[in-house]
Design a protein around this ligand. Structure first.
Ligand code: ADP
Ligand code: MG
Length: 247
């Protein structure tokens, strides 16, 4: 579904990504862990065309992003990529002036051209699925952080993305709310949703991911099934990171 080959990304003189190759087959959940500054967020942003990059290629289905297409901000291509690839941010980014339901119907109405009754019915079903069937008419500001993040997930699902990228979706939440969001994500994973998840939750990476990647210094230093990466880490970076993450 996503195939990344030798991706290089520079910010000024800093090489933020140094030759990342990374495949995400359909139905797989790839977790990315690793120390702050390692390039995890930048990598996700390159996958849906939010960042230009200087080397390599990103394939999303039949679409191809290259240094040339990202530099010239090919609007048609970027829009097509973003339709396939949903993004859930740490800070939710809900529309404050729209109700919970409207947050989830806005893009389907405007971008997909769905009829209003169908958009509303689908959004209602998705909000029920994330446990917010009682909050359809609420305003984002009246919800807890965990509830807002679940709305953000429903809003992303409403666009029927083929892949969803999550960038530390629970790091702004207390443990109870984080658990609620992770439960929704586990449910999506069981349902076969293809996902790439940057996370601080070692428990999620261990229990839900098909594969775990460790990013550090712009490299994917180690990846494999969770049992292997957590049970028998090979790289020094992984060993020291897991020691810190355990506390
Ligand atoms: P992570 O998500 O793993 O913490 P990031 O992808 O956010 O890492 O950042 C990787 C590196 O790139 C860091 O050194 C960061 O300071 C740098 N960086 C990220 N965005 C920019 C930017 N817009 N301009 C300059 N440097 C940046
Ligand atoms: Mg980050």
């Amino acid at each position: 579904m996503i195939a990344v080959k030798d991706l290089w990304k520079r910010h000024g003189k800093l090489d933020v990504l140094r030759g990342i190759s990374f495949d995400v087959p359909k139905g797989e959940v790839d977790a990315i862990i690793g120390p702050s500054g390692g390039g995890k967020s930048t990598f996700l942003r390159c996958l849906n065309g939010l960042e230009p990059f200087q080397g390599g290629v990103v394939r999303v289905g039949e679409l191809t992003l290259t240094p040339e297409t990202t530099a010239r901000k090919d609007a048609r291509l970027l829009e097509a990529v973003r339709r396939k690839v949903g993004f859930v941010f740490q800070q939710f980014n809900l529309f404050p002036h729209l109700t919970v339901l409207q947050n989830c119907t806005e893009a389907p109405l405007r971008v997909l051209g769905e009829p209003p009754d169908i958009a509303a019915a689908r959004a209602t079903a998705l909000l029920q699925r994330v446990g917010l069937g009682e909050k359809l008419q609420a305003w984002p500001r009246d919800l807890s952080g965990g509830q807002q993040q679940r709305v953000a997930i429903a809003r992303t699902l409403a666009m029927r993305p083929e892949v969803i990228l999550f960038d530390e979706p629970t790091s702004a939440l207390d443990p109870v709310m984080a658990g609620e969001v992770l439960a929704v994500m586990s449910d999506l994973a069981k349902d076969g949703q293809t996902m790439v998840v940057v996370t601080h939750s070692m428990q999620f990476a261990r229990q839900v991911a098909t594969r775990v990647h460790v990013f550090a210094g712009g490299h994917d230093v180690e990846h494999g099934p969770p049992a292997q990466v957590f049970g028998d880490p090979q790289h020094e970076v992984t060993k020291s990171f897991l020691k810190i993450a355990a506390h």
